[in-house]
Design a protein around this ligand. Structure first.
Ligand code: GAL
Length: 356
């Protein structure tokens, strides 16, 4: 009897031992990931699941740009690519060709490919709701850049952050560049500043705020202003050239100040100013935003009154930083989903600091 009991006990022990060795345990421990197919026993029962980790090397990132032909966004996307690749990510950057439907397809295709994170420069700010709903449904950490949605639109998804600048600041600085001239923009001394406004894409807050705040700075300083014309140039150089050629033909020497919402349009404007025989800083003022290399050269040469640095490298760096925080598991409270990089005023005095 004793013998049978001992035998029974040893059989029982053997069965328990076999079970403990993992005979029944599923081998696909989620912590192992797909690639790790090692036969080695993994550290036994690593208790709690770990925090999601940033896939520092080998993570895949999809970058959607609204339009590759945009001069400023070209500097920005090159910078993004360089920073991401420098950190070991696999990056795929696509051109939305200024077509929201096309960009929606690109976002869906990145989601199907299973990217780890998305960086999106929306084609249309008005499409933000749809973009946010799509990335939220897929649970993809997303950084929006350059075209800012409202805080309410972003609040629905806590793995979403916007990186950009406060465009009001750039508008105010453009106004200050004019106020800093010897006659505060009133070249003909008639007591008012007569200007033309060359606007970016008005769907974009950058265009709205720069238009509003450049003039507001003049008015706040007690100046009288006269708007001769306001035309949308959609951020493009050729449009800046056309618009200013037309305005100079129509208003001639009445035009004292040319405000351009960005540098590429200001470079186009300069061609028309020169073609009309006008001389910047003598009989007309010209300001832009972005501090593109071409504009820095013109500021230095005295052919632009000034520009405002739209810090592409700073924004690309901040976008990648925020993306890594998201990949590390960070979530954002509503009202805290915008990260801003400062603009900087560029004049002939400090332009050297910005030239490579
Ligand atoms: C602005 C920039 C413009 C244009 C635009 C595109 O911030 O100043 O040059 O790139 O973004 O949304």
């Amino acid at each position: 009897m004793k013998k049978t009991l001992a035998l029974l006990l040893s059989v029982l022990m053997l069965v328990t031992l076999l079970a403990a060795c993992g005979g029944d345990k599923p081998t696909d421990d989620p912590a192992d990931g797909d690639q790790q197919q090692t036969e080695e026993p993994t550290t036994p029962d690593t208790t709690e699941p770990t925090e999601p980790e940033a896939p520092a090397a080998g993570g895949t990132i999809g970058v959607c740009i609204y339009q590759f032909t945009d001069a400023f966004m070209t500097t920005y996307r090159n910078s993004l690519q360089e920073i991401l690749e420098g950190k070991g990510y696999q990056v795929s950057t696509v051109d939305g060709a200024n077509d929201q439907a096309k960009q929606n397809e690109q976002i869906n295709s990145f989601i199907t490919q299973g990217v780890d994170a998305l960086i999106i420069n929306p084609v249309m700010t008005s499409a933000a709701d749809q973009i946010i709903a799509t990335v939220q449904a897929a649970g993809i950490p997303t950084v929006l850049i350059n075209r800012e949605p409202t805080a309410e639109q972003m609040a629905v998804y806590d793995k979403l952050v916007y990186v950009g600048c406060d465009a009001r600041q750039s508008g105010t600085m453009q106004g200050e560049l004019i106020l800093d001239t010897p006659n505060k923009g009133d070249i003909n001394g008639d007591g008012k500043i007569s200007y033309i406004m060359v606007q970016g894409d008005p769907e974009n807050v950058d265009a709205q705020y720069r238009t509003e705040f450049s003039v507001k700075a003049l008015v706040d300083a007690g100046m009288e202003v006269e708007e001769l014309n306001l035309t949308r140039g959609d951020w493009m150089r050729e449009r800046g050239q056309e618009i200013v050629a037309n305005d100079l033909a129509q208003f001639g020497s009445q035009v004292e100040v040319v405000f351009c919402n960005n540098d590429d349009m200001a470079i186009g404007a300069l061609q028309s100013i020169q073609a009309a025989g006008r001389k910047v800083n003598e009989d007309i003022y010209l300001v832009g935003v972005d501090a593109l290399d071409a504009a820095l050269n013109e500021v230095q040469a005295g052919n632009m009154t000034g520009t405002v640095l739209n810090d592409a490298v700073g924004q690309a760096t901040a976008a990648v930083e925020q993306m890594e925080l998201l990949l590390g598991g960070k979530t954002y409270a509503s009202g805290e989903q915008s990260v801003y990089v400062d603009y900087v005023k560029v004049t002939p005095d400090n332009v050297g600091d910005f030239m490579k």
